[in-house]
Design a protein around this ligand. Structure first.
Ligand code: PMT
Length: 420
């Protein structure tokens, strides 16, 4: 466990405290160690014994405990953590954090820490909407504290509205992303080998292809490789043995991923085929549909006469079609991967075109995105995608490409757990 990331989880007194058990389990699955502080009110909802059993660690409750303070005082608890998560965070602890009150172990640790803090608020809708809480939240955000949720929904008090704690899966996603971003954006190796995709082999394509016009010129597109690399990093973080077949990009190689660098579509096809069989194939690369037929071995010259006048017509490039990597893998007769996912880069009628692409190429899912100029999809840090499968269309909100990678990897893991 020495290389595991460490979360100090502060559980305060709300009905959502029971969700902390699921949260601890899911974090441990991703090799994130959890140590718990339980407030007196929190202990009304969840027992220290259950928390200790799941976290595999002592649960800290009392600032005046002589043994705790000598073994692991509140300063040490904070020092030992990479991240402090307050879930559920009641209106009370939020108010104390804003005011700097330190009257128990949880609030004292929060006041004394210099570590990043994330809170998952959970309270009655009126408490959440109260001006005091909203003001407190605003101040905490300004101080750099991150918020996850709350969500809207039915409440334990028979009311409906904002105030439900975010689901543990969402909190885990945010925490995992936090660690990956701190590790350098594309190296989320927190889940390591024993994660939910352990034992699965994944091949991901990413980036553009360069199609030679002659030895010094090429045809290309605006793909940066950020989306494909983020997906490969996320799959690896869930434990998949991941091979990234990358066109020419400036992206750093994600840690723990085997990277095969290629230039052209033909090379990308050959590299993918060499990595099969695989359980999962994701084609996120922007592969050129055409290449120049028979590019010359020498640079094409622009002929000019002595006075600079043109003496030859511009060259005409004869194009020929590139192999379709996605379609060829999707339609394999033997050893077809259990899941083949394509991307659809569209500039109009995005969903409609993506749906027909899923059928014509034969892949299981297609992730549609709008690449019109002005969207920033090519090369940008964020994307808005629609995941299309045989059941319909899932519209995802705008997210960082890293988050999309994680969410897609989680969806893949769930699919494989259910269907193969
Ligand atoms: O790299 P970024 O800057 O982060 O941008 C991300 C992205 C926009 C490149 C990415 O999200 C994306 O949309 N990738 C697919 C781009 C593309 O080529 O789309 P397409 O609609 O032309 O192709 C459909 C699918 O067929 C894709 O999965 C593509 O990889 C695949 N294909 C296409 C042609 C070909 N010869 N072989 C293929 O495998």
């Amino acid at each position: 466990m020495s290389n595991w990331k460490r979360v100090l989880l502060i559980i305060t007194g709300g009905i959502a405290a029971y969700k902390s058990l699921e949260l601890i389990r899911d974090l441990q699955r991703r090799k994130i160690a959890v140590r718990c502080i339980l407030t007196r009110a929190g202990a009304e909802f969840v027992t220290p014994m259950a928390l200790a059993a799941l976290s595999g660690d002592k649960v800290y409750q009392d600032i005046f405990s002589l043994t705790d303070e000598s073994e692991m005082g509140h300063i040490e608890l904070s020092r030992d953590a990479d991240l402090i998560v307050v879930a559920p965070a009641t209106a009370n602890i939020i108010a104390k954090m804003r005011a700097g009150i330190a009257d128990d172990l949880a609030s004292t640790t929060l006041l004394a820490t210099g570590k990043p803090v994330v809170i998952a608020p959970a309270m009655n809708v009126r408490m959440w909407e109260h001006a005091a809480t909203q003001e407190n939240i605003g101040v905490l955000k300004d101080r750099g504290i991150s918020l996850i949720g709350p969500n809207e929904g039915d409440m334990a008090c028979n009311e409906f509205g904002m105030g439900r704690m975010a689901e543990p899966s969402k909190i885990v996603e945010e925490i995992t992303t936090f660690f990956s971003v701190r590790a350098g954006d594309t190296t989320p190796r927190l889940g390591a080998r024993n994660g939910v995709l352990s034992g699965r082999r994944a091949v991901v394509t990413s980036g553009p292809t360069h199609e030679a016009v002659d030895p010094v010129r090429y045809l290309a597109n605006h793909s940066s490789g950020r989306q494909g690399h983020a997906i490969a990093a996320a799959l690896a973080s869930l434990g998949a043995e991941t091979i990234l077949v990358a066109g020419p990009t400036q992206q750093p190689d994600p840690a723990g991923v085997t990277v095969k660098n290629v230039q052209s579509a033909v090379e990308m096809m050959a590299a993918c085929q060499a990595e099969l069989p695989a359980d999962i194939v994701i084609c996120a690369a922007a592969v050129a549909d055409w290449r120049v037929a028979n590019p010359p071995q020498e640079k094409i010259k622009k002929e000019r006469g002595k006075n600079g006048n043109k003496t030859s017509a511009p060259p005409v490039l004869q194009l020929e079609e590139n192999p379709d990597i996605l379609a060829s893998i999707s339609t394999l007769k033997t050893e077809r991967p259990a899941l083949v996912v394509g991307f659809a880069a569209e500039t109009n009628s995005v969903i409609e075109h993506a749906k027909s692409k899923r059928i014509s190429k034969g892949c299981d899912w297609i992730v549609a995105n709008d690449v019109s100029p002005g969207t920033g999809t090519f090369g940008g840090g964020h994307n808005t995608v629609h995941v299309i499968d045989g059941d319909g269309v899932e519209d995802w909100p705008v997210m960082s490409k890293e988050k999309i990678g994680f969410r897609l990897a989680e969806r893949i893991a769930q699919y494989l757990e259910t269907f193969s």
